[in-house]
Design a protein. Structure first.
Length: 271
């Protein structure tokens, strides 16, 4: 899902449609064209998509023999993933190298709080659900507030229901499914002290990810480009020892090489 631009600097997204269903040569040509046009490509993919999509993406990367394609599949619900992709599109307008930009995704996930209001948790397998909650999910009219990231939380909605949220200023985005409720806007958002609230279309994968179409998905995030850039810029960068690209962290997001381990002390031969 490609969200609307957050600001005038946000770069547009390229949506790879039906990547697992279209002819392989068509998918290869599309990806090769993107690489030639932009130099590097960061593919952000939900873990809720069919396994055939992931296999096709790996096949494309392998056949193109390219270390300029990064495949990123963070453990975020679909709306949170869409927000993260837009944040990367915001940062793509800055003076960040492709390796830093791609690995910034792992950093920014820590600042995203993603969850949903659900009409049932009977088929929810992304967050631990106790037997009592499973039993209550069959009671007509029951609703549950769930946080999937950064730490799992689950509560049955009632007068005392609370979900721990971010301890810093955020905006909130919500997407309505087949559930009718104003709990997110009238209770959760004020308790999290969000600075703004907007609505978006529900991602296609949301019902599969949450196990039900009776939901309202929500996500709190940092909207300002200056804050995002400061966060990324404050982290130490390393050069990949294999392909030479600058990255954040010990693993290159393009060639997948990890930083070599060195002994802290020189080992002298016995003799």
């Amino acid at each position: 899902m490609a969200l609307p631009a957050q600001d005038e600097r946000t770069l547009p997204a390229v949506v790879l449609r039906d990547v697992d269903k279209c002819p392989l040569d068509h998918a290869l040509t599309e990806m090769q064209t993107l690489v030639e046009a932009h130099g590097h490509v960061i593919v952000v993919c939900s873990q809720a998509v069919p396994a055939a999509v992931e296999r096709r993406l790996h096949t494309i990367r392998s056949l193109l023999e390219s270390d300029r394609i990064a495949l990123f599949r963070p453990d975020l619900p679909p709306l949170g993933l869409a927000v993260l992709a837009r944040q990367l599109r915001q940062l793509a307008s800055c003076d960040l190298g492709p390796g830093v930009l791609a690995s910034a995704g792992r950093l920014l996930t820590h600042y995203i709080h993603a969850g949903a209001l659900l009409g049932t948790v009977a088929r929810l397998d992304r967050v631990p659900v106790g037997l009592k909650s499973h039993a209550k999910s069959w009671v007509p009219g029951s609703q549950f507030g769930v946080i999937a990231h950064p730490e799992p939380q689950l509560v049955r909605i009632g007068p005392e229901a609370r979900l721990a949220g971010p301890e810093f200023g955020t905006w909130m985005l919500l997407a309505r499914g087949q559930l009718q409720s104003d709990w997110v806007t009238t209770t959760l958002a004020p308790s999290w002290r969000v600075r703004g609230l907007r609505e978006a279309q529900l991602p296609t994968e949301s019902a599969r990810w949450w196990g039900t179409g009776k939901l309202i998905e929500f996500c709190s995030f940092l909207p300002d480009l200056s804050v995002l850039y400061q966060l990324v810029g404050s982290v130490r960068r390393n050069s990949c020892h294999w392909c030479g690209i600058d990255v954040i962290g010990d693993r290159c997001v393009f060639c997948s090489a990890t930083a070599p381990a060195y002994d802290d002390q020189l080992q002298l031969p016995a003799g």
